[in-house]
Design a protein around this ligand. Structure first.
Ligand SMILES: NC(=O)c1ccc[n+]([C@@H]2O[C@H](COP(=O)([O-])OP(=O)(O)OC[C@H]3O[C@@H](n4cnc5c(N)ncnc54)[C@H](OP(=O)(O)O)[C@@H]3O)[C@@H](O)[C@H]2O)c1
Length: 284
């Protein structure tokens, strides 16, 4: 079936979003609803689901670490849409800070449970729905840290690099199915990301025993700093613009670079020898 023959009108287009309690997920949910999409805005905590419902969004619980909750959420969406789904915006995630040598196995495991395995499970459940209908868009909220590394972000880097690998493979495998796989790669975006990362840092990293303890002091200050922590930080609307293009373009891009740092590092990665790039990244 050709995609143009099958896709529904904007008002009937349904989009399932994960991680809508704050930041990018919240902004994209509100923005798409205002644009006329039928948005299913999911969140991990019941109180956030209740808040989203009070704000007029269709919402239910979806915890990416919990397979049953992933299934229940998708069943609920499909029941409401008559078994169809135009798009999935995989978004809910967090950053586990800490030097690679200080990461307990459990911290890395938890990082992958949320940022990769949950996304993968939901995606594999959505693909048969989209295959049946002959169209669909799966938009993966990756990161600039999905293609360049930075110190003390090893767990997060690894989860986003893995996401990029799975997404690139999936796109090759889904060619001709009418399903588009899109990666969005934001740089610094204002959200609750750093607050949430700081909590994970406190849970899993023991700075006093680490050879990186002095570097952790400035990292702690950065994670606790209110407002933008680095130059070129943008609001979450910057990601909304990319998502809108990915949803509405006949030929969505494979990758959307969002913020100046993403454009810059994508260019540097292409043109610089690896060693020179390491020099720069080591100083960021
Ligand atoms: N902010 C940035 O600079 C930046 C840059 C590049 C990419 N990103 C990506 O953007 C996405 C959204 O992050 P954000 O910046 O908007 O940060 P955020 O404000 O911290 O939002 C993260 C969302 O993910 C949810 N989440 C965490 N664990 C979850 C789980 N197990 N199941 C379901 N949802 C879960 C959080 O829910 P709770 O409130 O319940 O924890 C929250 O709703 C992430 O994929 C992140 O990697 C962010």
């Amino acid at each position: 079936m050709s995609e143009s023959a099958a896709i529904p009108l904007l008002s009937e287009k349904s989009v399932l979003i994960t991680g809508c309690s704050s930041g990018i997920g919240y902004c994209v949910a509100k923005g798409l609803q205002a644009r006329g999409y039928r948005v299913f805005a999911t969140a991990r905590k019941p109180e956030d689901v209740a808040q989203l419902q009070r704000e007029g969004l269709e919402s239910c619980r979806l915890d990416l670490t919990d397979s049953a909750s992933i299934r229940l959420a998708l069943d609920w969406v499909l029941e409401k849409t008559g078994g169809t789904l135009y798009a999935l915006f995989n978004n809910g995630a967090y950053g586990q800070p800490g030097a690679v040598e200080d990461l307990p196995r459990e911290a890395l495991r938890e990082q992958f449970e949320t940022n990769l395995f949950g996304w993968h499970e939901l995606t594999t459940l959505v693909i048969p729905v989209m295959r049946r209908q002959g169209y669909g868009r799966i938009i993966q909220n990756s990161s600039v840290l999905g293609f360049v590394a930075m110190k003390y972000r090893g767990a997060y880097n690894a989860s986003k690099y893995a996401l990029e690998g799975l997404s690139d493979t999936l796109r090759l495998e889904l060619k001709g199915s009418g399903i588009h796989i899109v990666l969005v790669e934001p740089g610094p975006i204002l959200s609750r990301f750093r607050d949430n990362a700081y909590q994970q840092y406190q849970r899993h990293i023991q700075p006093c025993h680490s050879p990186h303890r002095f570097a952790y002091l400035s990292m702690e200050a950065r994670l606790q700093k209110p407002g933008p922590a680095v130059p070129f930080t943008q609001g979450p609307e910057a990601v909304l613009h990319a998502v809108l293009h990915a949803l509405e373009s006949k030929r969505p891009k494979l990758r959307y670079y969002v913020t100046f740092p993403t454009h810059l590092f994508a260019l540097l990665r292409r043109i610089l020898p690896f060693r020179w790039l390491d020099e720069i990244l080591g100083k960021v």
